[in-house]
Design a protein around this ligand. Structure first.
Ligand SMILES: Nc1ncnc2c1ncn2[C@@H]1O[C@H](COP(=O)(O)OP(=O)(O)OP(=O)(O)O)[C@@H](O)[C@H]1O
Ligand SMILES: [Mg+2]
Length: 349
């Protein structure tokens, strides 16, 4: 079973938007599988989109999170820590179509929750507590909460997607530990190239390690415990087509980010998911490890606002807040869906 963390520790690269479009389309294309989205970002943006978008998504989210036992990541992690157990997942996830009938029936959500930020110090305390008989490594036990969730699911039936927060907080660490693979949204700018370097440093550490902080890092802690980090499966160039007038400049930026990735690949290809035929030059590397999502334009904005997958959008006028008549063109829907499908085709069950 693969579990994909959609992660980049640079904010606003499109993680939640991609989680929404890719997971829902993957579920549509794989009707015999169950697809679980675990929203480990306290902003819960992906959850809001999946739960109907706009005010509907927000109100559905609030009702799940404000139950006496929150039906969310906060409820799930709380039970783990309070009872030192692996909770029954079905007590916490929801079938997305029960609240948003535009969504396929095989899509499930362990909902995001703003209180995840408030409970983060408690998760940290639990991870750093003194070992005692019966719990010899609290750090590992806490960081494997979602590894245990995964091993409780039937291997051949489920595929998991984590949405993450850009900060490298404890809840992001839990997502990284729970994932087998990474999908890394990048934009065509210099900060994306730098963020790619940071991503490898956070998971694999630096050479040489920092003389003082080196022993405190997440990278050194997972290495010490031989916990396998997720492998980079695909970098997703998001919105590369946004600035039409400056296409050449943006192509250069995306090339620079791809070059950075290829440098990492050449230094240790084991940090990437394997391909039948490994690439031997940068061009081949890009074709195998870099996907591209165009700017979704009005169709994408309206789809997200209504919590509707692009496959269910039709050429029409849609209401968006105070504007009752936002026009969505068929050509935009088709182009957006083609881009999503080409990325989904690269995602293994
Ligand atoms: N391909 C796209 N086409 C059009 N708009 C997009 C696209 N991808 C992202 N956006 C828009 O860019 C903004 C940021 O996207 P999103 O919230 O998905 O980023 P994020 O990486 O999840 O952010 P954060 O780091 O805060 O969690 C949103 O307004 C979203 O609608
Ligand atoms: Mg987000």
């Amino acid at each position: 079973m693969e579990a994909y963390a959609i992660w980049n520790n640079k904010g606003g690269t499109g993680k939640s938007t991609i989680a929404f479009h890719i997971a829902s389309r993957f579920a549509e294309k794989n009707p015999n599988r169950k697809v679980l989205i675990i929203d480990l970002c306290p902003q819960a943006n992906a959850s809001m989109l999946l739960l109907g978008g706009g005010l509907t998504g927000e109100s559905n989210l609030l009702s799940l999170c404000s139950k006496p036992t929150p039906q969310s990541v906060v409820g799930y992690i709380s039970e783990c820590i309070l009872n030192r157990t692996t909770p029954t997942l079905s007590n916490y996830y929801i079938q997305v179509s029960s609240l948003n009938d535009q969504m396929p029936e095989n899509l499930y959500l362990l909902c995001g929750d703003g209180n995840l930020e408030l409970m983060a110090p408690a998760i940290n305390d639990e991870a750093s507590r003194t070992p005692f008989p019966g719990l010899s490594d609290p750090w590992k036990w806490v960081h494997e909460i979602f590894v245990r969730l995964r091993s409780g699911l039937e291997d051949d039936q489920w595929t998991i997607f984590f949405d993450t927060n850009p900060s490298f907080a404890i809840y992001t660490e839990l997502a990284i530990c729970g994932a087998t693979r990474l999908l890394v949204p990048v934009n065509a700018d210099d900060s994306s190239r730098v963020a790619v370097k940071a991503l490898f440093a956070l998971i694999h550490g630096t050479v040489p390690p920092h003389p003082f902080f080196g022993n405190y890092t997440f990278a050194s802690k997972i290495a010490l415990r031989e916990m396998p980090p997720p492998k980079v499966h695909l970098a997703i160039g998001n919105r590369f087509t946004q600035f039409k007038g400056a296409a050449a400049a943006y192509a250069a930026f995306s090339e620079a980010t791809a070059e950075q990735l290829y440098t990492e690949y050449k230094s240790d290809s084991d940090r990437f998911s394997s391909r039948k035929k490994p690439p031997t030059n940068q061009k081949q590397f890009i074709s195998k490890y870099v996907g591209e999502l165009r700017d979704f334009n009005t169709a994408g904005v309206v789809a997200a606002h209504h919590g509707t997958p692009l496959s269910k959008m039709r050429q029409n006028y849609y209401p968006v807040h105070n504007d009752p008549d936002v026009k969505v063109n068929k050509s935009q829907i088709v182009a957006g869906l083609q881009a999503i499908d080409s990325v989904v085709a690269d995602i293994d069950p």
